[in-house]
Design a protein around this ligand. Structure first.
Ligand code: PMP
Length: 285
């Protein structure tokens, strides 16, 4: 009877912990930002969660430590309408609960160089269900797109907005490299405000000195781009080398994608002193 199972009334997060052999710790990447996003979603769905972002971070570190992980892990918090009540669509009537799991996790996309298709499914628009939050039910949209793409033999779907502009992958934000500039759909384009997206924007600007534009992207710009890549907690930073059977650039990982990818990997495992503040260490007991 759990409400969230019937109606998708929950919000969740996807967080990665990266095992660092030398340090003997799992480094959890940008933990606090994930919980801030979770709490924003909880507010919209009237989910009562009796913990602050700070407390959620502490609970998470404790769970990772108690589970004694010494490998890469995925961390999945879920706040959901737990009321055992059907035929009630009033959020204000329904009590909430919270669960947290940590599981070993490796490569998500199954390929280092992605072959993608443009999905026939369109992204939900903000006045339908706000895509800026990780709402459980909204993932049916992503799942339809991902299923269609993979059954057709592609690695991932590129989803367009209701107006035909480029939105994102099923679980990743999208970037285009064109004429030495980095372009990504703006937050008003129904994208999830990705934490990896934010990380890559900061690195591109401050480490590579690139101009980063957040603006609507036409579908045709993807076919003509020098490079395209996807970013996400699960997906890391992964180049798209083919879209709808057309090669992107020369059909290989491009130089900007490769540089950013290397920087990102070093940072998430806690090897880069300058960005160590983005990592929360958890030591297996
Ligand atoms: N878009 C969607 C639809 C997603 O599910 C995700 C994964 N959370 C992302 C983008 C990337 O977000 P993040 O970098 O915060 O994982």
């Amino acid at each position: 009877m759990t409400h969230a199972l019937h109606y998708g009334t929950g919000v969740f997060e996807g967080i990665r912990g990266n095992w660092n052999e030398e340090q003997g710790v799992v480094n959890i990447f940008r933990l606090r930002e994930h919980y801030e996003r979770l709490l924003r979603g909880a507010r919209l769905l009237m989910l009562n969660i009796p913990y602050s972002a700070e407390e959620l971070c502490d609970i998470t570190v404790e769970l990772v430590e108690r589970n004694e992980h010494s490998q890469d892990i995925y961390i999945r918090p879920l706040v959901y309408k737990s009321a055992e009540m059907v035929a009630n669509l009033k959020l204000q009537d329904l009590e909430s609960d919270f669960t947290l799991i940590t599981v070993p996790f490796g490569n998500y996309l199954g390929s280092d160089l992605l072959r993608c298709c443009t999905s026939s499914w369109r992204r939900v628009d903000d006045p339908m269900i706000p895509a800026r939050l990780k709402i459980c039910g909204i993932y049916v949209n992503s799942i339809l797109a991902k299923t269609e793409a993979t059954l057709a033999g592609f690695d991932e779907a590129i989803i367009l907005n209701h107006d035909g502009h480029v939105c994102e992958g099923s679980g990743e934000n999208l970037f285009v490299v064109s004429d030495g500039r980095l372009i990504t759909p703006s937050l008003e384009d129904n994208v999830l405000p990705g934490i990896t997206r934010d990380t890559v924007i900061q690195l591109a600007q401050s480490e590579l000195g690139l101009d980063v534009l957040e603006r609507s992207i036409d579908r045709s710009e993807l076919y003509l781009a020098d490079e395209v890549f996807l970013t996400g907690t699960a997906a890391h930073l992964t180049p798209v080398v083919e879209l709808d059977h057309r090669p992107i650039g020369d059909g290989n990982a491009g130089p900007v994608s490769s540089k950013l990818q290397k920087m990102y990997f070093d940072i998430v495992v806690g090897r880069t002193e300058k960005y160590r503040h983005w990592c929360t260490p958890a030591s297996p007991r």
